[in-house]
Structures are given as C-alpha cells and as structure tokens.
Write a protein that binds this ligand. Structure first.
Ligand SMILES: Nc1nc2c(c(=O)[nH]1)N[C@H]1C(S)=C(S)[C@@H](COP(=O)(O)O)O[C@H]1N2
Ligand SMILES: [Mo]
Length: 245
C-alpha cells in the first residue's frame, strides 16, 4: 500500500470514527515524519498508529529506566514452557558452538556470527525491567552487543527501514523500526545476571528491547533481516506491533 493510500485510509477512518480533526492532524504530522506503524489491520489499526506516532514524537531519543544491581529481582520469571525442538536440543548439546546468527537483507556485507564472534564485539551491561502484557514483571541484568553496532558492521543500506528478527521458535519472530534498532539500549543479549543466558530466558541469544513490553524481547533469535517493508509476522494478529512503555 502506498503511503498516500495508507494515509487516506488512516485519516479517513479516524475522522469517521472519532470525528475529530485533531486526530486527523496528528496522523498527518505522523505521516510527515514517517511515523506510520505497519498497521496490522482490523479495528485497532488506526489507534495503534496514533499511539506509535505520539510516542515516537515524544520519546524518539528517550531511555528506558536502568536500575542498580541491588534492585535485581531475586526470582526472575521465565515465561511459559521452555522451548524445545530437535534442532534446538542438538545445538544446546554442543553448547551452541554450531549455532550462528544470520544477518541479511538490505545490508552491504551479509554475514553469519557465532557466539565467539559476538563475544569479540563491544559488550553492554544493562539492568532493566521486563514487563509482560499479562501483568507480571522483573528486573534483571542483560548483557550483549548493541544492535546498532552489528548493523553498522554489516552496513545497513539507506532504504532499510525495518528490522525483522527471526526466532528458532518461529511464531515469536517480530519486527521493529530503525528508531528502536539504532537505540543504544536495544541489545542482542547472550548473558543474564552475570552468567550465560539460560535456555528459559532465550539462550543462546535474545533480543532485548527495553522500551517496549516483554513480548518484543524475542528469545532464541537466529536471524536478522533488514527490510524496506515490515513483514507480516503471525504475532501481529495477536499482539499489537507497537508496545511502547
Ligand atoms: N521465543 C520466544 N520469545 C518470547 C516469548 C516466547 O514464548 N518465546 N515470550 C515473550 C513474552 S510474552 C514475554 S513477557 C517475555 C518473557 O521473558 P522471560 O521468559 O525472560 O521472562 O519473552 C517474550 N519473548
Ligand atoms: Mo508477555
């Protein structure tokens, strides 16, 4: 869908529903700055776009709160049943030495990175709050490579606008925009509370997006693809694409 068509739909839909020219104006401003979320359709599409646009205008450079070491939760909660399949168990049995992260799409130097490769890259430690949409939360220290470092390493092309991050548990794969991808707090993490990231929390590698709800911090990631269009991932029909907090 072209931007113009989408904008017409958006502003048209909103004025019909809300009858408010203020909202139409906000949508126009959002469009002007390129702040249009990849609508996942349905009733909540325009609302999500507005939430996203408003937050992006206000907080494009804002940081998620970071905590001190004594605020780390005593019992971090690993969500759901631990993921398992034959391929994952095989990698785990070899301490993930055969595992790699593939980076491709709109980049100048696509590549594959092992855990040893990632350990050579700049490490950032970050104590943040992970909040699940279901109401529980915890504070932990995540450590890993700023996603921006990896993206600079492979050379993202100017037309790259979206980052798809694929999981070994495919239904959790997701996308984020460049504002989050290049944000200094967005990390690909392989350590948790000072030890290797355990399988329950997404080891060997987990995306950590502390400015959004927990479900955007996808576990077991093994692929990053730069795109000029947001891909339609199954998740978007269940959870809203943008989950800024
Ligand atoms: N691959 C994968 N990633 C995932 C999930 C999952 O089930 N599988 N759950 C998501 C949800 S809803 C939340 S709240 C957090 C929970 O993180 P935790 O298991 O480290 O507590 O992981 C997110 N990432
Ligand atoms: Mo969640």
């Amino acid at each position: 869908m072209s931007r113009l068509t989408r904008r017409r739909l958006l502003t048209g839909g909103l004025t019909t529903v809300a009858g408010a020219s203020g909202i139409a104006l906000a949508a126009r401003v959002a469009d002007h700055y390129g702040l249009i979320a990849p609508d996942h359709g349905g009733l909540y599409g325009p609302g999500e776009t507005l939430t996203y646009a408003a937050q992006r205008l206000l907080t494009a450079n804002a940081n998620a709160r970071e905590f001190s070491r004594d605020q780390i939760s005593a019992k971090p909660f690993a969500n759901g049943k631990p993921f398992s399949n034959a391929a994952y168990e095989k990698l785990k049995a070899n301490a993930f030495t055969d595992w790699s992260l593939k980076v491709d799409g709109l980049v100048d130097r696509p590549g594959s990175f092992s855990l040893a490769d990632l350990r050579q890259m700049p490490l950032r430690n970050q104590i943040t709050h992970l909040a699940c949409e279901e109401g529980w939360s915890f504070i932990a220290e995540w450590s890993g490579v700023p996603l921006s470092f990896l993206l600079n390493l492979v050379g993202t092309r100017p037309d790259a606008k979206w980052v798809y991050y694929g999981s070994m548990e495919p239904e959790w794969s997701d996308t984020m925009d460049m504002a989050d991808a290049l944000h200094p707090q967005t990390l690909i993490t392989y350590r948790f509370n000072g030890a290797d990231l355990p399988p329950g929390h997404g080891g060997p590698l987990r995306m950590r997006v502390p400015r959004q709800l927990g479900y955007k911090s996808v576990k077991y990631i093994n692929r990053i693809t730069l795109m000029d269009q947001p891909s339609k991932v199954p998740l978007q029909s269940e959870y809203s694409w943008y989950a800024g907090i």
